[in-house]
Design a protein around this ligand. Structure first.
Ligand SMILES: [Zn+2]
Length: 120
């Protein structure tokens, strides 16, 4: 459910094209504002991603980095995961593992496919 960032209405939020980065934009039919609820991470400058990695390597956790750079912790997690996956021996940060595990448990529900989970 989309919510207008301006008047907080949750009804009558119509799609209104996309941003240059490809994120879906919405238009609130109550107040007429257009907004982008989930801007794509590509919208951030490379320098910010680099700074996030430097902070991560320095031992800062994702939340601290996110707060410092004023981005969502999940965004920092994406960046760190991107880089970590490019380095064969780099461990994923615990926060990323936990977030993905939560998602996985929600997704598989009662099935508990051990073969999938043992990848970690
Ligand atoms: Zn509105």
């Amino acid at each position: 459910m989309k919510k207008c960032l301006y008047c907080q209405a949750i009804s009558r939020q119509n799609r209104a094209g996309k941003t240059k980065a490809g994120s879906q934009r919405y238009r609130c039919m109550h107040c007429g504002h257009k907004y982008t609820p989930e801007p794509k991470q590509q919208g951030y400058p490379e320098s910010m991603r680099k700074r996030a990695m430097e902070m991560y390597v320095d031992g800062n956790n994702l939340r601290r980095i996110a707060r410092h750079l004023k981005v969502a912790p999940q965004t920092v997690a994406y960046w760190v995961t991107d880089v970590a996956e490019a380095l064969p021996n780099a461990p994923l940060p615990n926060e990323v593992k936990e977030a993905e595990m939560d998602e996985m448990f929600t997704f598989i529900g009662d099935k508990k496919t051990k073969s999938t989970l043992s990848l970690w």
